[in-house]
Design a protein around this ligand. Sequence first.
Ligand SMILES: Cc1cc2nc3c(=O)[nH]c(=O)nc-3n(C[C@H](O)[C@H](O)[C@H](O)COP(=O)(O)OP(=O)(O)OC[C@H]3O[C@@H](n4cnc5c(N)ncnc54)[C@H](O)[C@@H]3O)c2cc1C
Length: 394
Amino acid sequence: MGIADSGTGGNGQPRADLLVVGAGVAGLWLSLKAARAGLSVALIERDRIGAGASGGFLGALMPHSPERWNEKKDFQFRALVDLEAEIAALESETGLPCGYRRVGRILPLHSQRARETALANIPQARTNWSDRFRFEVSNTPDRHDWPSILWAPRGIVHETLSARLSPPALLSALAARLGQMSNVMIREGVALTGISHRERRARLSDGSAIAFGHIVLANGVDAFSMIAQAQETPDLELGGPVKGQAALLDAGAPPDLPVVYHDGVYVLVHENGLVAVGSTSEREFDDPTGTDGRLDDILKRARKLCPLIREAPVVGRWAGVRPRAVGRDPMLGPVPGTPHVLAMTGGFKISFGIAHRMADCLIAHVSGSEGPACPESFSVETHTAKAEPSGKTR
Ligand SMILES: Cc1cc2nc3c(=O)[nH]c(=O)nc-3n(C[C@H](O)[C@H](O)[C@H](O)COP(=O)(O)OP(=O)(O)OC[C@H]3O[C@@H](n4cnc5c(N)ncnc54)[C@H](O)[C@@H]3O)c2cc1C
């Protein structure tokens, strides 16, 4: 069913069952899942696909630690397991590779305490991650340069659940698949400027309007203020931006090397041998997309951590702002008081691993069908209870 045929927008206005705002990894997966479920979808993007946080090049898919298991960790674990098949299906539909590989991860152990914690996590991983994935502690890495033994005086953890993908390749594949579907309309260069709740109509920056059954605010950091406005608590700061900087190096590295993660620095190899290094976490910044000396510091640490990239030239520098909700959990589900307005944001540092499953939750909600359990801590209500008036976010 085409957008214009899917109902009465009135005045010849277009109408979509689902209006998705923002074409980052969240909005793209959501649009695809909705279209597959037979809904008519309009996806509007202020700038261009991948213009926000999703436009970088890291794509690490790393689990939370296996101890103190909870609903959020379970949600992310299931998402990381499912993503492999989701990507395979998308690749076969489009013929476009997404640069996905389950390469695992190495965590160097720098103290006896860290080693003891890691050893205690072995049975936790067996219980919570299932037998399919290993979580092992060993005394030395397989290679002397990935990571350096100097950074792993107490050995390493090697787990086999982590993976990586190429963010630009995934976004291209998602966009290509959406382009093949007759029930999807994508408009780039058009922003949502307002919502008329009673009429279920969205106002757009080009002066046009679009009617909807449901609207999903998947517009990254900009979603927080719109969600607060929709639930008539405009002063509440439901989340905000955390800037991150990353670099890409021409290292010709083997693409099956595990991700290396240590103390906020992570290093991963893409299918083409380029190595991505990230990332800073900045709450205060002036320029959201500029890179500076903070990235050079991360690079210096990464080169020491993984001598394989010691001399590798930098071929890309990038910065973006991640959407971080109060309390750090993703924000997903209906906005209180306006059940046709839904939130899908706040994926912070893990969106690429969970966006497809977040989308499944919302589509189940919209279509009244069975879907994955969505942790209570993701709900807009929970975030609202934690939020403070602007300028005082915890
Ligand atoms: C340096 C760095 C490294 C990272 N590394 C990883 C990683 O390794 N693994 C991982 O999982 N995550 C990582 N992240 C986090 C991840 O990139 C984000 O969590 C994710 O991209 C958020 O996706 P999103 O779709 O919610 O938001 P975005 O990608 O920001 O998309 C929101 C979109 O909405 C659009 N928009 C805004 N307002 C409007 C409006 N009014 N109307 C229409 N459109 C609008 C924007 O233009 C934008 O395109 C990293 C982030 C950074 C910055």
